[in-house]
Design a binder for this molecule. Structure first.
Ligand code: NAD
Length: 678
């Protein structure tokens, strides 16, 4: 066996030799709850040896005990000592060291994901969604940065569940970074085995833009939420195509990483939002950002204020400091007329702290998580059952409830409520309430290819963002489709709505053509030196990159919703076409084993090479998804693919489905089953 001296000699890229001082924690920064140490003695030994792989041997005596204490106290080894003492935030790209632009650009993105103002639990490298981490620990963070500083345009950095495996020779046309997170072998692809793997230091839950380094703060989800609420209003509340949500009441829960977008989106849509949040620190963050107007722990006060604003037609977002289940008890008892109802507690991690049970304060929930998991789990199940009852009552009174892709209905089912499943037996045919993708986002946006196109002005200059906003606006024809009109208004008002938290970034839902046109325009602006370099990306809440039967692909009804071919093809196709970064993750917003989702990053450097990547990869990233949706017989996708085949004749071609005449199949199968006596 090669000894440690030889190992150190054989690496030119490694952590600095010195031992950083013992960790210090700033007061008032949110901390992740104890995840619940669950390893056997042998697994614990392996976990410790795994973490020590990054550390020179001379420090093992000191850090081994420290890492073991972290593992047994928090259920994770974060290697807190190795967190840099200085402020971490997305600095202008030129402030970073590197041998290629991409190497510096990805450091901007990583640091933004860990900014105290942006991240959910910055000390635990958690960006959003309760468990979505950039990487597993600070050792990996430091090593990833070293690799990015050293990387050239002829190399590709490989990241496996947070671990930088190394730099491998490649070509300028290939991706600079390839990331995978928590991809588990099928037999072990479940929450319990993932938890063991995570604690042993071999798995990382990346959500999408946390582990894929593309988070842009809650703005990323405001536009999608705005679209969802507006379209729900049009579909269910008789709001005119060019109308807004004036006078309408939306009730939901969560002011966290993504859920924090709900209040802002409802206000932008002109309506009244009431959002319950148990954790005062998160409520305060949104208040300080101006993303909620006011808050109260008194439900009578909350609903009186809501009613007065509904009457006057003024927009307002009100936070209720308390449990959503208590809020719904009040709404049911007092016959509050809710127009739109949803939930955005982190039910994808329902027993790990994502859902605070009724009757327990946020602080008590944290103590229970650490002290009595069995009791906590029992309380969560009881609360979910009550939560369901209250929603069912409200739906019975005509309220439109939709699941917000947080696995709420799955969590209710797992808590023992079989009636929530459509077939009364299992989840395979879905649930009795619609998911927002099934009813709204799927048919209205994803099936056309509209999705969360985003960009970050890497210079950090406000003016670059203003120029890109204007450039994007000039690429949208508001008269083409209703969606384009909404997008036009969105980007026109984006600066006024003060959406930026962290790096100078923007989100703008666009279809394939829109994304391509805007990206080419931006690259031209970089080439002309009108603006500095730009990072393009998206999240996983999209047409093509995600296979997630309880969310993004909830409106795929040909049986292929259990397959992950689309997301995998999207990832591979983006690699082949030269995106700067590509990522493929297990879990995303819904939890381990429930989704495979991929993302990308593309650094616009103004070159002709990048123009060529945009032409092919941007189109593929979206149209691969639209083509699959079309093959699943989704009507709007079929129409979009017909258009594609005309516009790209000779360049691209999509296979289209023939649809049997109405009743033909049903009659035939009916007769056949009759013969079988069924
Ligand atoms: N916004 C979207 O478009 C979108 C899309 C898909 C999925 N999601 C899902 O929504 C969930 C929320 O995401 P996030 O990033 O905001 O997570 P988060 O953990 O940052 O926020 C959830 C918030 O809910 C609060 N909460 C928990 N239980 C509560 C209760 N009983 N009553 C009131 N508040 C309670 C928590 O304190 C927390 O602030 C996740 O499961 C995510 O995957 C969101």
């Amino acid at each position: 066996m090669v000894d440690n001296f030889a190992v150190a000699q054989a690496m030119t890229i490694k952590l600095d030799g010195g031992l950083p001082p013992a960790p210090m924690f700033e007061a008032g920064i949110r901390r992740a709850p104890n995840r619940g140490f669950a390893l056997s003695r042998t697994q614990t030994e392996i976990a410790l040896k795994n973490a020590l792989r990054y550390v020179p041997e001379e420090h093992h005596q000191i850090v081994a005990g420290e890492f073991l204490a972290e593992l047994m106290t928090y259920g994770r080894i974060y290697a807190y000592r190795y967190r840099p003492a200085e402020r971490i935030y997305g600095k202008p790209v030129h402030a970073y060291k590197g041998r290629c632009l991409e190497g510096k650009a990805f450091q901007v993105m990583i640091d933004n994901n860990l900014d105290f103002d942006v991240a959910l639990y910055p000390y635990e490298l958690t960006t959003y969604g309760e468990t979505g981490q950039v990487c597993q620990n600070w050792l990996q963070y430091l090593l990833i940065k070293k690799y990015l500083e050293n990387m050239t345009q002829s190399q590709t950095l490989v990241i496996e569940s947070g671990h930088p495996l190394g730099l491998f020779p490649s070509r300028p046309e290939a991706p600079r970074v390839i990331i995978t997170n928590a991809l588990m072998v099928g037999l072990f692809d479940n929450q319990a085995d993932w938890e063991i793997a995570e604690q042993m230091g071999v798995a990382n839950y990346g959500q999408m833009t946390a582990g894929g380094w593309m988070y842009i703060g809650p703005q990323g989800i405001v536009h999608g939420t705005f679209n969802t609420l507006l379209n729900a209003g049009r579909q269910r509340l008789g709001v005119a195509a060019d109308g807004d949500l004036r006078g309408k009441l939306f009730v939901s829960s969560g002011l966290g990483g993504m859920s924090g977008a709900q209040s802002k989106a409802m206000e932008i849509a002109g309506g009244v939002g009431v959002i319950a949040e148990v954790d005062f620190s998160r409520l305060k963050t949104r208040l300080d950002q101006g993303w909620i107007t006011t808050f109260s722990a008194d439900l009578a006060e909350v609903f009186a204020l809501a009613a007065s604003h509904q009457k006057s037609g003024e927009a307002i977002s009100i936070a209720y400091h308390g449990n959503i289940v208590d809020l719904l008890e009040y709404a049911v008892a007092n016959n509050i007329a809710i127009d739109l109802l949803s939930d955005q507690t982190s039910c994808h991690a329902v027993y790990s702290g994502g859902y605070c049970p009724q009757g327990v304060s946020f602080e008590e929930r944290t103590a229970l998580l650490a002290g009595d998991r069995a009791e906590f789990t029992a309380l969560v199940d009881k609360s979910l059952r009550r939560h369901f009852e209250l929603i069912r009552t409200l739906v019975g009174r005509g309220v439109y409830f939709f699941d917000y892709g947080n696995s709420f209905m799955k969590a209710v089912f797992d808590a023992g409520v079989q009636e929530i499943s459509k077939n009364g037996v299992d989840e395979k045919e879905g649930f009795i309430f619609p998911s927002y993708v099934e009813d709204i986002m799927g048919p209205e946006l994803f099936d056309y290819g509209y999705g969360p196109f985003r960009w970050v002005c890497l210079s950090g200059r406000e003016d670059d963002l203003a120029q890109t906003d204007q450039a994007a606006l000039s690429c949208i024809d508001p008269s083409r489709r209703g969606q384009d009109r909404d997008n036009y208004i969105w980007i026109r008002d984006a600066e006024k709505n003060k959406l930026v938290v962290g790096t100078k970034a923007r989100i703008l839902y666009q279809d394939a053509e829109g994304r391509k046109t805007i990206a080419l325009k931006f690259n031209e602006m970089v080439r002309m030196r009108d603006i500095g370099p730009v990072m393009l990306g998206r999240d996983h809440h999209d047409t093509g990159g995600t296979d997630s039967p309880f969310r993004e692909t909830a409106n795929i009804k040909d049986g292929s919703n259990v397959m992950a071919d689309m997301a995998t093809q999207c990832f591979a196709g983006n690699a082949a076409r030269g995106m700067s970064l590509i990522a493929l993750h297990n879990g995303g917003g819904v939890g381990i084993g429930k989704a495979i989702n991929g993302g990308f990053g593309l650094v616009l450097d103004g070159s002709a090479r990048v123009d060529a990547v945009i032409e092919s990869a941007m189109l593929w990233d979206v149209m691969g998804g639209v083509a699959r949706r079309s093959w699943a017989r989704n009507a709007n996708s079929v129409a979009t693919c017909v258009e594609f085949n005309q516009n790209y004749a000779g360049q691209g071609h999509i296979t289209l489905p023939y649809i049997p005449a109405e009743g033909l199949v049903e009659d035939l199968v009916g007769q056949a089953f009759k013969k079988l006596g069924q």
